[in-house]
Design a protein around this ligand. Structure first.
Ligand code: FPP
Length: 266
């Protein structure tokens, strides 16, 4: 019986998680984990509840996964909270998502700050409703000097828009003679994305069963390891055990970045 199976046989959920956490911590951790938290709506519909109830339960999971990430020692966690395409949803649902975001930040900011967690956003937050914008700014400002886990919340985020915005900014600099065309390389483009200065994700997790990346971190995930849940696991049911399984799976993959692994090398 392998080690993980032995762990699975342990009695309590907490005990399982503790042993798995120790095992995972003893191996190279992903520095940056990104998550597409999909399936809130379907989770609610399956239970005969309004979609907003799924988002509410989803927020509780965000809390749990942030806590586990900080305990593990992960440096960056990027959460896809609201995409540039999500504006197509019914007004009521958008309102519910924004209210939950505000409620979450009001409720959790002190604790996030006490735990040395830094909140950052990626995306165009200026066009969010004013109340959400203000609460986000407050969280960013309050936690800006923190040195623990950095949580990047993707809000009004689109990967294509991010690349277009970077191209515009680089072109503007070339036109103003601040840059030469020959200065444009992969690092320069990276540094003009919303995620400039943040290492690319090592692991991308998507719940809900769909195997696509939905306009998320398109440039950054070139060599990211992808982990898709099966179709029955919606984000509101995702828990620390699933998270640890995804990271454990990541730790057992061989990353070659297009190269080859020499014999004896790992
Ligand atoms: C995906 O499920 C979830 C979302 C688009 C919204 C998630 C965002 C929040 C709950 C806001 C709070 C954010 C923070 C950072 C506190 P879905 O609605 O696409 O599910 P479906 O695929 O089943 O329809």
């Amino acid at each position: 019986m392998n080690f993980l199976n032995r762990i699975r046989q342990r009695k309590t959920f907490k005990e399982h998680n503790k042993v798995t956490m120790d095992l995972i911590r003893s191996r190279p951790l992903p520095r940056h984990v990104s998550i597409i938290m999909d399936g809130n709506g379907r989770w609610a519909e399956r239970k005969g509840l309004p979609r907003a109830a799924g988002h509410r339960q989803g927020v509780e999971k965000i809390r749990e996964i942030i806590k586990a990430s900080a305990e593990l020692g992960i440096q960056y966690l990027t959460l896809y909270a609201f995409s540039t395409e999500n504006w197509k949803r019914p007004k009521e649902e958008i309102k519910a998502i924004m209210s939950l975001l505000v409620e979450y930040l009001r409720r959790e900011l002190d604790e996030l700050h006490r735990n040395n967690i830094k909140i950052v956003t990626i995306g165009n937050i200026a066009s969010l409703p004013e109340i959400a914008y203000e609460e986000i700014q407050k969280s960013i400002n309050t936690t800006s000097a923190n040195t623990g886990l950095q949580v990047n919340v993707a809000l009004n985020y689109g990967g294509r828009l991010e690349i277009v915005t970077a191209i515009r900014e680089i072109s503007r600099k070339v036109a103003n003679n601040e840059l030469n065309i020959s200065d444009i390389d992969e690092d320069l483009v990276s540094n003009h994305l919303y995620t400039g200065g943040i290492p690319d994700p090592d692991l991308l997790i998507r719940t809900g069963g769909d195997k696509r990346v939905s306009n998320f971190l398109l440039y950054q995930i070139a060599y990211t390891e992808l982990w898709f849940s099966d179709a029955t696991l919606y984000w509101p049911d995702f828990n620390v055990k699933h998270y640890l399984n995804a990271i454990y799976d990541f730790q057992n993959r061989q990353r070659r970045y297009g190269g080859v692994i020499e014999k004896g090398e790992n």
